[in-house]
Design a protein around this ligand. Structure first.
Ligand code: ZN
Length: 474
């Protein structure tokens, strides 16, 4: 296996030896930032990686440096634990386990680079500012030692979760690379969309799902997979020696599932249908779902969702519908979940509520709403009773939330109540029209709260003032 991977890497490096060149924009062929990643997955839960990123300056201004976020470095033994204290036992099923990100080389026509271990950021200084429309390639090799976790990244008894495993270009926001310290609370990943081609060896007898379209080759008794995707915010790969894989095709979308539940693919199909009609057509031609041991209910990635395998019944269906809704609000329309997590989580929760309304399970949609009300008000009561009035303001840095309990009540429950209030006030059709505009206008972009406000106001005068009152109220 390793031989095959290395030879691909060598060819890629030779072919891409012109590291800086101007490119012309030609409509559909307009260049976009592209990741080529080669993985050699070893039996000892280490992964040898080679990565070439062709960064295209589509940011509207010259760029003097690049910043890559190395989320995998947050699992290093010299770091604080990568989970919240209250979830430690679930996160580390066999006790605390650390990972390691070992950068072996980084090169390109660059001035220098620096890996800041504390911030998890690799800064690449360029020889000259990268002008708008220009492209530069950066190559790097690194070794991952996977931690044993039930979190987003690592291995456990069901398999391997490779998410946020590679140095990922930070999102470019307001003229600069945005990053923040790794937060054990909330979702830490934040990036622009990009094109991906990821090649890896599939261990014998294992199954997998990943972002993107799959091509499988058998060579010298080994299975080599190439996954290609475009316009996704991050690439994810879930592999398992025990779980079965199944798939269906719906409306041109290949939906694949790694797990053992009988109804998952049907839920996924319904979700694509409901959200497609409500907000606009699903943005990708593949969707993957994997059931895994997981410390939370589920997690969204580029055209891929992970669901907590222990869930069942309508709760499981809710999480499947929630993570798929994130493909609209997170995947296609990206917002800054490090400062405004409510923006995609609240809307995703509201979309999930609409999923149950639209499939005719009004009982469950009502239950979702009454749960949000009761949990949020209990949270406020508890805060008041201990003499610490809740800071119920939506937004703020992830690390400013004192606990998952606090984060969940503000970011999910209060946000869902806010969206239901807007629906009741604006009318369902008016609100849906605003969300259709929001999706169509900002698909594959990064939005600020102001962008959302503008779409609301276009459908209903001063609707954003109602939302701002909810956001600022305690
Ligand atoms: Zn979510």
């Amino acid at each position: 296996m390793k031989k095959k991977i290395i030879s691909i890497i060598s060819i890629a490096i030779i072919v891409c030896s012109l590291l800086v060149f101007a490119v012309s924009c030609k409509g559909a062929d307009e260049p976009v930032t592209t990741y080529n990643i080669w993985l050699d997955i070893q039996e000892d839960n280490t992964v040898e990686c080679s990565q070439k990123v062709d960064v295209v300056n589509n940011y509207g201004a010259p760029i003097e440096e690049l910043k890559f976020n190395v989320y995998a470095n947050a699992f290093d033994k010299q770091k604080p634990l990568a989970c919240a204290q209250e979830e430690q036992a679930d996160f580390y099923p066999d006790g605390i386990s650390y990972g390691e990100f070992a950068l072996k080389s980084l090169y390109g026509e660059i001035k220098e680079y620096e890996f800041d271990f504390d911030s998890n950021i690799i800064t690449v200084s360029l020889n000259a500012p990268l002008q708008v429309g220009e492209e530069i390639s950066v190559d790097m090799q690194y070794t991952l030692t996977l931690p044993h976790t039930n979190g987003r990244y690592g291995f456990n008894e069901k398999g391997i979760s490779l998410t946020g495993f590679y140095p990922m270009l930070c999102a470019y926001v307001n003229g600069d690379w945005f990053y923040d310290e790794y937060s054990p609370i909330g979702d830490p990943y934040f990036s622009d969309v990009a094109k991906y081609e990821v090649t890896f060896n599939l261990p014998s007898g294992w199954e997998f799902v990943s972002s993107g379209k799959i091509k499988q080759d058998e060579e010298n008794g080994e299975t080599i997979i190439t996954a290609k995707a475009k316009d996704i915010r991050d690439f994810a790969l879930i592999l398992s020696p025990t779980l079965a894989k199944s798939s269906i095709k719906f409306d041109g979308v290949e939906i694949s599932y790694l797990g053992e539940k009988p109804d998952t693919l049907a839920y996924a199909q319904k979700a694509l249908e409901v959200y497609g009609k409500l907000f606009g057509k699903y943005a990708y031609d593949t969707l993957a779902i994997a059931d895994m041991p997981f410390v939370a209910g589920g997690m969204e990635y580029g055209a891929l969702c992970v669901i907590n395998e222990t869930l069942g019944g309508a709760t499981y269906e809710e999480v499947v519908a929630h993570e798929i809704a994130h493909q609209w609000w997170y995947g296609a329309v990206g917002s800054n979940n490090l400062t405004d997590a409510w923006q995609d989580e609240g809307l995703t929760s509201y979309a999930t509520y609409l999923y149950f309304v639209n499939i005719g399970n009004v009982e469950y949609s009502s239950l979702m709403m009454s749960d949000a009300y009761s949990q949020f008000h209990r949270f406020i009561d508890i805060q008041n009773s201990v003499g610490e009035s809740a800071k119920g303001v939506l937004g703020g840095k992830l690390n400013s939330f004192p606990s998952n309990y606090y984060y969940t009540n503000i970011t999910y429950n209060k946000s869902l109540i806010m969206w239901k209030y807007l629906q009741d006030t604006l009318g369902k059709d008016t609100l849906t029209k605003a969300l259709q505009e929001y999706y169509a206008t900002y698909k594959f972009k990064i939005v600020s709260p102001d962008n959302l406000y503008a779409c609301l106001d276009n459908s209903y005068a001063n609707a954003s003032n109602m939302m701002k009152n909810w956001i600022a109220s305690v």
